[in-house]
Design a protein around this ligand. Structure first.
Ligand SMILES: C[S@@+](CC[C@H](N)C(=O)[O-])C[C@H]1O[C@@H](n2cnc3c(N)ncnc32)[C@H](O)[C@@H]1O
Length: 323
């Protein structure tokens, strides 16, 4: 049986490189890549360019169909069998190195302008629902933008749907954070778990914790982590402002909340980060001006802009004075 890790990595690399090849060829021939699929203006949808059939033709050899649907990888979301195959290889038969390699390829696809396609692959492999309304502005989005999910999971009146991070965000943020096996990552407002599972599955972080105020979202994400066998990843149903995050070294903040006259949530979080950042080196990846401004005002952090478009993401870092 050919189940060697090298085969797995090679096969997965081949799949992704095949997909990236036309773009690479265009890049080498000097043709400017169209990045419309990742801009708010949108228009291009490259997700359709490399079809599932295309993926299927480059399917890794040596996979035994009987291995595809083990209980360990069965999920509520029915993925294409090819993606179940990749899930099996990466999360059941594969190991962290194979996952890291696949994650790197996803990031490369994203950088080439195929972010939407990378999202599709990631969501299928992780067993997450697909969110198709990233480029639809607030009021125009359906209340329940995930197809086929119960109201508790898909969003309902009064409870925002948990818009997942896009690869176009995760890729530059992961690069900038450059997580190591010493890192403990907190996703503040973890939704259905996409960012947390990405950091847990595709970086060497020691531990990843998602904090989510909606019980059904946290339960769904935690079940995904268990079913994928990611024992170092967990999702808790907690108000992030009340949870103990003091063991964290890296934090991910994708617009979970704003401040209201009743509760200055952003200010409270900025104060906690400032306290933590004064005691040890931490990194905080932030989308959204309110928290970025408040962190700037603490005077504790240096800031690096890691993405300008389609949204501004900054990574804030505290550095202890060695003296
Ligand atoms: C935009 S979603 C982000 C999902 C996830 N971080 C990702 O990137 O894929 C924000 C999530 O924050 C949650 N949230 C809002 N306020 C919160 C709080 N005080 N504590 C924990 N989670 C909260 C929302 O329920 C929502 O699921």
């Amino acid at each position: 049986m050919r189940a060697l890790m090298a085969d797995t990595v090679d096969a997965l690399r081949e799949q992704l490189v095949r997909r990236a090849a036309p773009a690479l060829a265009r890049r080498h021939s000097g043709e400017k890549l169209r990045r419309g699929n990742d801009s708010l203006e949108g228009g291009g949808d490259r997700a359709g360019e490399a079809s599932v059939a295309d993926v299927a033709t480059s399917r890794a050899d040596g996979a035994e169909p009987g291995h595809l649907h083990t209980s360990a990888v069965r999920v509520s979301q029915d993925a294409d069998p090819t993606f179940l195959d990749i899930r099996e290889r990466l999360f059941v038969r594969g190991d962290a190195a194979a996952r890291t390699a696949w994650g790197r390829e996803l990031m490369e696809l994203t950088e080439l302008g195929y972010g939407r396609q990378a999202d599709h692959h990631l969501e299928q492999v992780l067993g997450l629902p697909e969110y198709r309304y990233h480029e639809t502005r607030g009021a125009d989005r359906p209340v329940a933008p995930f197809e086929g999910l119960s109201a508790e999971l898909a969003g309902r009146p009064g409870v925002h749907a948990p818009e997942p991070s896009r690869m176009v965000y995760l890729s530059p943020v992961a690069k900038a954070l450059n997580l190591t096996p010493d890192d403990v990552v907190y996703d503040i407002g973890s939704g259905l778990g996409k960012a947390g599972l990405f950091f847990g599955g595709f970086t060497p972080a020691k531990r990843v914790v998602g904090l989510e105020i909606e019980p059904a979202y946290a339960m769904f994400a935690d079940r995904r982590a268990r079913e994928l066998g990611l024992s170092h990843v967990s999702f808790a149903n907690r108000d992030a402002l009340e949870a103990d995050i003091s063991d964290g070294t890296a934090f991910y903040f994708y617009n979970p909340f704003g401040s209201t006259p009743d509760r200055d949530a952003v200010g409270m979080l900025a104060d906690r980060f400032a306290e933590l950042g004064s005691a040890k080196d931490i990194q905080i990846a932030v989308k959204g001006k309110p928290l970025q401004t408040r962190l700037d005002e603490t005077g504790v952090f240096s800031a690096e802009t890691v993405l300008e478009d389609p949204a501004v993401w900054k990574v804030f870092r505290s550095h202890q004075d060695p003296s």
